[in-house]
Design a binder for this molecule. Structure first.
Ligand SMILES: [Ca+2]
Length: 450
């Protein structure tokens, strides 16, 4: 009998059964750049919690947000589908837009809720808001999309019409409106979301939980609580990053204290690249002294809003003690893969989406059989560039800084870069590699046809 048990134990695959349904925490920072973290080499910004998670878990160098701007990126994270499928004509919904995330879409929260998860969101929604043009519909907000609870802003805090709201039973209450004239409220958001997330985790010890933590920071204008003001060597941006990191540390400590660390997966990433342009914002009082607030996309080219790598390639850390080995490689991956992968880990079946179920890569470290393909969405949510394997082809370029160095891309004269080696996209290889160029052009046409 003992021998049999040992034999069973020895042959048991080192794979966590899906029925265990890990708790899930997704941290989706707003406009945080790849280089805004100490674990990615920033010498003055201090993010020790995230550094530890990166060291003891999987740290990405090739993690892609599906859009270079807020709304479209959030759409893709929550649905596993390309921004083009949203029906939104551009990458951001402003507070007056009649459009919102359609109720026919299946979100990550709905998938997990159906598997018995308690689901909550703390932070910026930006997938629609009730307004006169859509009949004040509550379908625009998170409770209509699988979340049991929400506290956060309906749009970015730098819109004059932005509101801080909270779910109350099956409805909502507005805590504050007109956030651009309420700096104290803005400075309270990071801690407020963490406090609410900690309460939620404590209340759901017996049930698997899904926390979608989407801080408003470090999107401009930057705000920090008094406790963190002036602490960083990197000025306000450093203060903001330190405060975000500190409160993620508090949340994780709560998970540990409840004995749930080994059954909780954390993903930390950003919705798009950083704001990097010094001009314009410097003279806008809403943004203050923006010169010191802009972030770093280094080593990638350009930043938020760009189809260069700096717009889409973002920090990525997955931490799951006891399951993901320190230093495990999961590259490359995109936010499209998050829903199918987490659904797989929770034992849920999902319909066809654009992302891949990378559950076995997460559990075993084995690379997926199919090669990586990713389409970069421009400001109209159409495909502007495509990556297959290490190659990236641009057919249109959008740039935050006007940084195109004389390059112009079109379907007739596309640009080709090997983005695993040429991180800054400096060496166009299109005339030297016509077969690869043509294969990627066809890949983009196939994508559009799908
Ligand atoms: Ca953003």
């Amino acid at each position: 009998m003992v021998a049999l048990l040992i034999a069973v134990a020895l042959t048991k695959p080192q794979v966590r059964p899906a029925e265990e349904r890990p708790n899930i925490i997704v941290v989706f920072l707003d406009d945080a750049g790849y280089g805004d973290f100490e674990h990615n080499g920033n010498p003055v910004i201090e993010t020790p919690t995230i550094s530890r998670m990166a060291r003891e878990g999987a740290n990405f160098t090739q993690f892609y947000a599906a859009s270079a701007a807020c709304t479209a990126s959030r759409y893709s994270l929550l649905t596993g589908r390309y921004p083009k499928r949203s029906g939104f004509p551009s990458w951001v919904l402003d507070p007056g837009s009649p459009q919102h995330l359609a109720t026919r879409e299946t979100t990550l929260a709905e998938v997990l809720k159906a598997k018995g998860y308690a689901t909550a969101m703390f932070g910026k929604w930006h997938l629609g808001t009730p307004n006169e043009r859509n009949g004040q519909t509550p379908d625009a907000l998170p409770l209509a999309h699988g979340f049991d609870r929400w506290i956060g802003t309906d749009v970015s805090h730098d819109y004059d019409a932005s509101r801080l709201m909270e779910s109350q039973g099956s409805g909502y209450r507005t805590i504050a409106s007109g956030l651009t004239s309420q700096p104290d409220v803005c400075a309270s958001l990071t801690e407020r979301y963490a406090d609410a997330a900690i309460d939620f985790v404590r209340q759901n010890r017996e049930k698997p939980f899904f926390v979608y933590l989407a801080p408003n920071m470090p999107h401009l204008g930057l705000f920090v609580s008094k406790a963190f003001a002036g602490r960083s060597r990197r000025g306000l941006l450093g203060d903001v990053m330190a405060e975000l990191d500190h409160h993620l540390g508090r949340l994780w400590k709560t998970v540990e204290e409840m004995g749930l660390a080994k059954n909780t997966l954390v993903l930390v990433t950003s919705d798009n690249g950083p704001w990097i342009r010094f001009q314009n914002t410097a003279s806008d009082p809403k943004y203050g002294e923006a010169r010191m607030h802009v972030g770093y996309a280094q080593p990638f080219r350009d930043g938020k809003g760009s189809s260069w790598e700096g717009g889409h390639r973002v920090p990525g850390v997955v931490y799951w003690p006891g399951t993901i080995r320190p230093g495990q490689r999961l590259d490359p991956m995109s936010t499209l893969d998050v829903l199918p992968t987490l659904a797989g880990l929770a034992g849920a079946r999902v319909g066809p989406v654009d992302g891949r179920d990378l559950r076995s890569t997460v559990l075993t470290g084995k690379s997926p059989a199919d090669p990586f393909e990713f389409v970069y969405s421009g400001s109209d949510n159409q495909g502007w560039a495509i990556r297959q394997g290490p190659w990236k082809l641009h057919i249109r370029i959008t740039s935050q800084t006007g940084d195109s160095y004389g390059f112009a891309a079109s379907r007739e004269t596309p640009l080709l870069f090997q983005v695993e080696q040429d991180l800054g996209e400096r060496f166009d290889r299109s005339s030297e590699q016509p077969a690869i160029r043509d294969r990627l052009l066809k890949g983009l046409a196939d994508w559009e046809a799908r």
